[in-house]
Design a protein around this ligand. Structure first.
Ligand code: NAD
Length: 461
């Protein structure tokens, strides 16, 4: 179904974008705003096709697609349209006395020609939201959506390639081979969202050209439930965060660490809320998605053997359906606790006291961390887990506020985006000194006649 662009002349595409970039056109703020408006219009015109596409690719219902794919991208465009002029203005910074009367400024400069590689799980949002940052930053861009969600990739390709010139923005569709071919070219920035394994490949290829990277990767994001937690709300918010997009969310709660006294009531609460959200037969719910591929389905169903299924556990390979599932009695050595789950399977692990919990905190920095309990105490635990971001007494929500930089740290990624952070990610902060010619003291020039004076000036600290 996917139109693969394996035969496209990628070197020529990138070089045409580089040529266009040198014309300076994308540096104009008016140009950037016009293009963002065109993008907004083209997306709105393709809205229905988009909903159909994500339904076909991931079984994503209309409401979820609106909330997690469409609205976030439109909101991101609107935010950039509103603030771009201010963000792009050179910022005056103070100057030390010895360079006065020169003035000092920081000028956000586009990176140039950038490559965006998207993942399958929010195939529209996670490809288009970075693109908004790239356009707002004044760049040309080659975009590769995920081949695992071919219908959505085709909508993205249609929206971009029929609205913009190739030498400004161009979508190349296809599989890993296309991704590899794209990585053979030199860019000024690569923005990659996907797995840690492929993130390493991207970084290696980028290093050959000394190209900077933003890596939005995954990991195992814990939910920590303290004895002081409000079990009902905690259960509801974890239940929701774990099963939107059938658990294929990079910041989904991967597993739960819960105080042993609360474990049974938490499991009952999560089960109840899943029933409220998806009914007794989630496979019949319009609001419950499907696993992206048979390969992912096979990986996930293996995890069902790693513990005791206390809720759910049903799976159907033909429709790629896996029920919301809770696992107990898992071991830290089990695959389900070693790999990012990325599906609707939720291991619940108990701890007996604070010392026990301390030992269970993740060693690798996850993309997100969630802590439930008395606010002060929960913040204390949250601060002990180095992570990309997260929430206290909630899940997922931090991704929806564009004023919060979104990104991973350590193995969960590098670099941030959303809102102003996207603009910053796609621009270089160029320093600029503007000197006057009406004065030119000899202080800095050999033979340094007033050297003792300069020394005094510089050592004034
Ligand atoms: P993936 O790494 O398999 O694929 C991502 C993209 O990379 C796809 O477009 C794919 O075609 C391309 N690709 C794969 N191999 C390549 C290669 N050798 N060279 C060049 N390109 C290549 O990831 P996925 O399965 O689409 O997404 C799931 C992963 O992404 C999970 O680990 C998840 O946590 C992570 N993720 C992270 C975020 C975030 O914001 N941090 C968001 C969504 C997903």
């Amino acid at each position: 179904m996917i139109t693969t662009d394996i035969h496209i002349d990628i070197p020529s595409l990138v070089s045409s974008q580089r040529k266009f970039y040198r014309f300076q056109k994308t540096k104009s703020i008016d140009f950037r705003k016009q293009q963002l408006k065109r993008l907004r219009k083209a997306i709105i015109e393709s809205e229905q096709q988009l909903y159909q596409a994500v339904e076909k690719d991931l079984g994503k219902g209309y409401e979820e697609a609106f909330l997690t794919e469409m609205s976030l991208v439109i909101k991101e465009i609107d935010l950039h349209l509103k603030h771009l002029s201010r963000w792009a203005k050179p910022k005056r910074v103070s100057s030390p006395i010895y360079i006065l009367p020169s003035k000092s400024e920081v000028v956000p400069e586009p990176m140039g020609v950038v490559l965006i590689i998207g993942p399958f799980n929010y195939p529209f949002q996670l490809t288009m939201a970075p693109l908004v940052g790239a356009m707002s930053g004044g760049n040309c861009c080659v975009i590769k959506p995920s081949e695992q969600t071919p219908h959505t990739a085709n909508v993205i390709q249609q929206v971009i390639n029929s609205t913009f010139d190739d030498h400004y923005l161009h979508v190349v569709t296809g599989d890993v081979e296309v991704g590899k071919a794209l990585l053979r070219q030199a860019y000024d920035l690569i923005f990659f969202t996907g797995s840690t394994t492929v993130g390493k490949i991207v970084m290696q290829k980028a290093a050959e050209h000394l190209c900077p990277v933003v890596l939005e990767l995954g990991g195992k994001s814990p939910s920590i439930v303290l004895p002081s937690a409000d079990v009902t709300t905690t259960a509801k918010r974890i239940a929701w965060g774990k099963t939107i997009n059938a658990g294929q969310t990079c910041i989904a709660p991967d597993y739960i660490l819960v105080h042993r006294d609360l474990a049974d009531s938490l499991i009952d609460g999560i089960s109840k809320h899943w029933k409220d959200m998806y009914g007794d037969e989630p496979e019949k719910s319009n609001h419950y998605g499907r696993i992206v591929s048979e390969r992912a389905f096979d990986r996930l169903t293996q995890y069902l053997n790693d513990g005791q299924v206390v809720y759910g556990g049903h799976a159907d390979r033909e429709s790629r359906y896996i029920a919301p599932t809770i696992l107990r009695d898992v071991n830290t050595d089990d695959a389900v606790m070693k790999e990012e789950i990325f599906g609707p399977i939720l291991p619940v692990i108990t701890y007996k006291d604070e010392t026990d919990l301390k030992h269970m905190l993740p060693e690798e920095k996850p993309l997100a961390c969630y802590v439930f309990g008395n606010e002060k105490e929960a913040i204390k635990w949250f601060d002990q887990v180095d992570a990309g971001g997260g929430a206290i007494n909630d899940t997922i929500l931090h991704v929806s506020n564009a004023n919060i930089p979104f990104g991973g740290v350590g193995k969960s990624g590098m670099g941030n985006y959303h809102g102003k952070s996207s603009f910053d990610a796609f621009t270089h902060q160029k320093g600029r000194i503007v000197s006057k010619t009406w004065i030119d003291p000899n202080l800095r020039y050999p033979p340094y006649k007033s050297f003792s004076w300069i020394k005094r000036l510089l050592k004034s600290w």
